[in-house]
Structures are given as structure tokens and as C-alpha cells.
Design a protein around this ligand. Structure first.
Ligand code: SF4
Length: 415
């Protein structure tokens, strides 16, 4: 396998001597946990998912592969016998560590994700290898910096979501990624194992779809914050997928038995924009506290990251890799791909399917991808007479009350 990086200028990452930082990260998680404990109706088994999201995670004997964004198939990593754990981070205390070393003028998600590597005891620091897609400029450059800390594979995304033109190049990238995993994990990719793992993950897709459908029918049967916890625990933690599926099944059964007070109607919202990653649920807290229900989302850290199944037509190794490429790269609605049409279509479809009253866009400061997309989304939805608001914020809690006022005013216009 050819090397992606030249090591001659390798530097040792500055260690951050801030013993209080890990404590602060835990405090922020605890604060969010407290806020969620006040949710009126919660599934009895929610503690399982909550515990999985905590910084300290159970050690397993298998190697750990950290990946960023949602274009990297967990199935491929699991087929090598490794734990796949998404490393994108939503903790503002980790962002403080990241900015001490990288720069203050990059998006909080990138800073926080990098910060996780500088604090021991985090899942990021315990990964054996990393995979970074070239999704935005911050990630593109961060991959090279991270390669000084852990062997990192840069997954080159196509410049357009045109599979007729770029499919073979993207499949080649997946094959190159497989070679990287083979080299570092010392395991051969078995066709049968890959097929079985894909089938196992199809069950997760089905489960998230069923919960999503149930929420569209009755959003109060599960808070959006708890739904995000459930989804994210299967992406960001060292979860045993079969165990996760059985816990999620129990949640779904409880949801079916829930009946809400019909007199108390609440506005229904479709959420779009930049990812919201535990414990950064500030905007979700505000939307629910202000009396709205998020009934669907297009976030790469929400339901949209998991609801499309991997469709298997043939079971040859290359055909399976092609099926993964189709789902993870060519069905992605991340704005790092040129055309905005797929994301726009998804938002409009979700507004119709979920009978939403309005759309909320979450922009993360210093993430130009969503900032620039906002222009067209706002005008298109206005033409369709769908109420829309853009919430531009970062990980800090300083603007919480300001945002509350804006959200309350927006929700009042929906009735
Ligand atoms: S929005 Fe796109 S670039 Fe940003 S974290 Fe999600 S997948 Fe990655």
C-alpha cells in the first residue's frame, strides 16, 4: 500500500497539561444529563444509552478504529473484527483543549474532536488507527496532523455525487481503505464476514427507521434528545450492536404504548444543518423547552445518518463494497458535496411526510458549508411558504437565553 503522508516533518503533539479538563468534560456531560432527566416522558431503559455516551467506556479486547463524519462504513471496520467509533466531538471543554494546540479560528467540532486526542482516557485517544474523509477543509488538514499521533487514512471523497462518473474511483478508495485496515490490524477481509456484518447493521437501520416512524406518528412518545442519544450511542461508543438492538427494541415497544394528551398540540419541526453531537444538545434543549417537537432531521449525527439501508444486489466482495459506497458516499447529504439538490429534496420530503409546521437550520460558527447553503434553503422554503429560521451558534452556552427568545418568537409564528 502506498503511503498517503510523508513522515519527514512528523512532530510530536504538544501534550496539554490541564488535569481539570477531563473533569470539566464530565461536568458538561453531567449537566446535559441533568437537563434530560427533566424530560416529561422517558423510556425506562434510557440509562443504557446514556451510559454508553459517557467519556469512560468499557474496554473490549478488539482493536479500535476511529472515524470522522458519516461517509465511512462502520460495517467495513467491523468486518475486520474491530470496534468502529465515530470521533467527532460535541464537548466544549474538549474544544478548549483543541484550540490551545490547533487554532481558535476553526469550527468547534474540529477543535473539540482534536482536543479529545490530547486528553487520555477518551475513546479517541485509545484508537489504534483513524479514518478521515476529506469532507471539509478543517477535516482535510486535521487528518495530516492526526497522522502524527495515530496512523490515519484520508478517504478522498469525489468532488460531485455523480456515481456514473466517479463510482469506480470511490470504490477504489474503499479498497485502499481495506488495504490500510488489513495492514494495521493484521486481518484479512472475508467476504462472508462482510456480508454478515452488513445484514446485522441493516437491523439497526430498520430499528432507527421504526423509531423515526413512531416519532412522526407521536413525537412525545420519545424526546428528540433521547432519540439522538439512542442513535449516537450506536455511532460514538464501543457498543455491542446486538445488545443495542435489543435495548432499542424495548424502547420501540414502550413508544407504541404511549398516548399523549390531544389537547396540548405543539409545533412540529424539521431540523437541518450542522451536526449536534452529545453533549452539545443546546438547540434541542431549547426547542423542546420552548414547546416544539422535532419530528425529523437531516443531521449527519441524527436519524439521517442511519435510515438509508445498504442494498445488497450481489454478494461478491467487490459488489458488497460497491453497495457500501452507494449508501455511505452517494446517498450522503453532507454539504461538502457540490450539489445542494439532494439535501433540499430531503428537507422538502421530510416536511411533507412528517406534517411539519416549520424548518430550523443549525449553523455552527466557522463552518462555511452550512453558512453558504443557508442562502438557497431560506429562499426555496420561503417560496414554498414553509416557515424557516436559521440558528447560528457554537458550543458555548453564553447565547442560550438570546436563542430562547428567537426560538419562542419563531414558534409563535407557526400557529
Ligand atoms: S456535516 Fe459533513 S463535514 Fe460536517 S461532520 Fe457531518 S458529515 Fe462531516
Amino acid at each position: 500500500m502506498d503511503n498517503q503522508f510523508n513522515d519527514i516533518y512528523r512532530v510530536t503533539a504538544d501534550s496539554v497539561t490541564n488535569p481539570g479538563n477531563l473533569k470539566k468534560q464530565r461536568f458538561i456531560e453531567e449537566q446535559q444529563k441533568q437537563l434530560q432527566s427533566a424530560i416529561a416522558h422517558r423510556p425506562s431503559g434510557i440509562a443504557y444509552f446514556e451510559n454508553m455516551m459517557y467519556s469512560g467506556q468499557p474496554a473490549t479486547g478488539s482493536p479500535r478504529v476511529g472515524y470522522f463524519c458519516n461517509m465511512i462504513p462502520q460495517e467495513l471496520i467491523a468486518a475486520f473484527g474491530a470496534q468502529a467509533v465515530r470521533i467527532d466531538c460535541g464537548n466544549s471543554a474538549a474544544a478548549t483543549v483543541g484550540e490551545e494546540v490547533l487554532s481558535g479560528d476553526i469550527c468547534p467540532l474540529a477543535k473539540a474532536s482534536f482536543g479529545k486526542f490530547l486528553v487520555s482516557e477518551s475513546p479517541a485517544a485509545s484508537c489504534d488507527v483513524l479514518i478521515m474523509p476529506t469532507s471539509c477543509d478543517a477535516k482535510r488538514k486535521m487528518g495530516e496532523v492526526l497522522n502524527d499521533i495515530k496512523p490515519t487514512f484520508m478517504f478522498n471523497l469525489p468532488p460531485e455525487q455523480n456515481h456514473e462518473r466517479f463510482m469506480s474511483q470511490t470504490v477504489d478508495q474503499m479498497i485502499r481503505l481495506s488495504e490500510f485496515l488489513h495492514k494495521h490490524l493484521g486481518v484479512r477481509l472475508s467476504r462472508r464476514r462482510l456480508r454478515d456484518v452488513i445484514r446485522q447493521y441493516q437491523r439497526r437501520t430498520l430499528m432507527i427507521r421504526s423509531i423515526q416512524d413512531e416519532r412522526i406518528r407521536e413525537p412525545r412518545s420519545l424526546s428528540i434528545r433521547d432519540f439522538f442519544l439512542i442513535i449516537q450511542s450506536s455511532l460514538f461508543s464501543m457498543v455491542d450492536l446486538d445488545e443495542w438492538i435489543s435495548h432499542a427494541e424495548a424502547v420501540l415497544e414502550e413508544m407504541k404504548l404511549f398516548s399523549a394528551d390531544r389537547k396540548n398540540l405543539r409545533p412540529r419541526i424539521v431540523l437541518t444543518g450542522a451536526p449536534m453531537i452529545w453533549p452539545n444538545y443546546k438547540v434541542l434543549n431549547l426547542l423542546e423547552e420552548c414547546g416544539a417537537d422535532v419530528v425529523a432531521d437531516t443531521l449527519c449525527s441524527g436519524a439521517q445518518s442511519c435510515v438509508d439501508p445498504v442494498v445488497i444486489d450481489e454478494t461478491g466482495k467487490k459488489a458488497l463494497i460497491r453497495a457500501l459506497t452507494n449508501k455511505y458516499v452517494y446517498a450522503s447529504i453532507c454539504p461538502c458535496f457540490i450539489s445542494q439538490t439532494t439535501r433540499m429534496n430531503r428537507i422538502i420530503d421530510l416536511v411533507d411526510q412528517s406534517r411539519a409546521n416549520g424548518v430550523v437550520n443549525h449553523s455552527l460558527r466557522l463552518c462555511q458549508l452550512f453558512d453558504i447553503e443557508n442562502y438557497r434553503i431560506e429562499r426555496t422554503l420561503k417560496n414554498k411558504q414553509v416557515p424557516f429560521i436559521n440558528i447560528r451558534t457554537d458550543y458555548s452556552l453564553e447565547d442560550t437565553e438570546q436563542l430562547r427568545v428567537r426560538i419562542e418568537a419563531f414558534l409563535e409564528t407557526l400557529w
